[in-house]
Design a protein around this ligand. Structure first.
Ligand code: AHR
Length: 503
């Protein structure tokens, strides 16, 4: 049996939980858009061709802002292709994913869809193969009410009101050699600064994100952030982080501790941003937009999914359609714990991605839409983590990992909402063999009742929801919570994720 003790005090606040932490990402990649959110022939399609079964699941997931249209795709994207009469839109080669982009769904259609799922638009601009002028053009088209060439074009294209996009990513993963238009930190820092300054001449209140590293394991990690922020510190509000995790070589123990790596990533980027702040003598603080995070079997993509051939440019091919296990969902829930633990500095995050492509929601053409295992921790955390994130005191047994050394077997975070009086606790048990008894000291909360206790676990940690068996894995009400005098004891099954809601 694993043992742990957790103390929760609503006075020990880390920072406000920003709703934008529960953002996601829709890229024109594989079947995320076409045959994903959009399938005009589907039995649930609405008058605009969007699947209503998918809309219902996205709403249930509780997604705040959605980053669009890429990703690697954006570095070859000409935004003008995606507006105007659909029949006139060009078909283009998408070099990032070796596909054909039909542009049937573009800026207007996607914005319309966002209204149906109650999410905010977060746009990425192309700083790979394009520059400042095209960034200004899409900003004018999107955000100016009317009376200029591009804003009037938007109105003529059927959108009277400006889209009013607040948050803009200045390119995507510009540190990555795979990126179209990949640049050095110095070159990217200069163009990002110039573009941000120009965009702010249109609207100083925009929230701008400079590209950080595409992983903490890039050879340029750390130095990239320092150089880029030295150029852009006064011009941007956020630096981005991207991280994907997978089980490698059967080492489940290390994989289950992936959040240790995410913690380190965030803390290193915060330290680097604050170093630049000190050097520049700035009063301003740069926060993190963790705008790509997930479990992704990238090794598999490199070996199997990639499309090649000069004459082979399919429309909406099946790409990156990872199927997630219970173990994946436990790691995923733990990554959310890491994001919440850093809520003071991670004020925006985007789960990459949303439908079919490394996604919590899967669909089949002419068939069902279903929840992957990762759907559950996201939906519950998005619903319950409100108010402020708390710094919890955790003492837990530990284990040795090849990847991260000795790490705790239990990880946890809590949130407290002063307005509703609701306290939520999110926990994982990383042990592959033992259940864990966690004693939670709740004395500082006064008397509490347990409103909800939900657990994700399975005897088979590799169980998945797949076509033909779409409800194999789900949440269970935990019956192992015991209330004591100022304490709460909960038993966590091996390899499990649990959420408690208390008041
Ligand atoms: O999310 C899939 C891809 O991962 C994105 O296009 C890219 O930004 C990242 O490398």
């Amino acid at each position: 049996m694993v043992n742990a003790r957790l103390t929760i005090d609503p006075h020990f606040t880390v920072g406000k939980v920003n709703r934008r932490l529960f953002g996601s990402f829709v890229e024109h990649l594989g079947r995320c858009v076409y045959d994903g959110i959009y399938e005009p022939g589907h039995s649930t399609a609405d008058a605009d061709g969007f699947r209503e079964d998918v809309i219902a699941l996205v709403k249930e997931l509780g997604v705040s802002a959605i980053r669009y249209p890429g990703g690697n795709f954006v570095s070859g994207f000409r935004w003008e292709d995606s507006v105007g009469p659909v029949a006139d839109r060009p078909r283009r080669l998408d070099l990032a994913w070796h596909s054909t982009e039909t542009n049937e769904v573009g800026l207007h259609e996607f914005s319309n869809w966002l209204g149906k799922v109650d999410s905010e638009l977060m746009l990425a601009i192309n700083l790979g193969t394009r520059g400042t002028l095209e960034a200004l053009d899409i900003l004018e088209y999107s955000n100016i009410a009317s009376g200029t060439a591009l804003s009037d074009q938007r109105v003529a294209n059927g959108q009277k009101d400006a889209f009013g996009v607040k948050m803009w990513c200045l390119g995507n993963e510009m540190d990555g050699p795979w990126q179209l238009g990949h640049r050095s930190a110095d070159d990217y820092g200069k163009i990002a600064s110039q573009t941000a300054k120009a965009m702010r001449q249109i609207d100083p209140s925009l929230e701008l994100v400079a590209c950080g590293s595409s992983s903490a394991h890039m050879p340029t990690f750390g130095e990239w952030e320092r150089v880029v922020l030295t150029h852009t510190y006064d011009d941007v509000d956020y630096i981005s982080c991207h991280a994907y995790y997978e089980e490698k070589n059967g080492d489940l123990g290390s994989f289950l501790a992936s959040a240790v790596d995410m913690d380190h990533f965030i803390e290193t980027v915060v330290a680097t941003a604050d170093h630049v702040k000190a050097v520049l003598g700035s009063e301003k603080t740069i926060n993190i937009s963790f705008d790509e995070w997930n479990v992704w079997y990238l090794d598999r993509y490199h070996q199997v999914d990639k499309i090649e051939g000069v004459d082979n440019w399919p429309v909406a091919p099946r790409l990156l359609e990872d199927s997630y296990s219970v173990a994946d969902a436990v790691v995923f829930g733990n990554l959310l714990i890491s994001l919440l633990r850093h809520a003071d500095r991670v004020t925006s995050a985007s789960l990459a991605q949303l439908v079919n492509v490394i996604a919590p929601i899967m669909t089949e053409p002419d068939g069902p839409a279903w929840r992957q295992t990762t759907f559950f921790p996201f939906a519950v955390t998005s619903r319950l983590a409100t108010g402020e994130a708390l710094s919890v005191k955790l003492e837990a047994d530990s284990y040795e990992t090849a990847g991260y050394g000795v790490v705790p077997l239990i990880d946890a975070v809590a949130t407290h909402d002063r307005e509703t009086g609701l306290t939520s606790v999110f926990l994982v048990n990383r042990s592959q063999t033992d259940a864990a008894t966690v004693t939670i000291d709740t004395a500082a909360l006064g008397g509490v009742a347990v409103l909800e206790a939900l657990t994700l676990a399975d005897d088979d940690v590799y169980a998945k929801n797949v076509l033909g068996d779409t409800e194999r894995v789900g949440l269970a009400e935990s019956d192992s919570v015991e209330l004591g005098e100022g304490t709460l004891t909960v038993t966590l099954p091996p390899v499990s994720w649990t959420a408690l809601s208390l008041r």
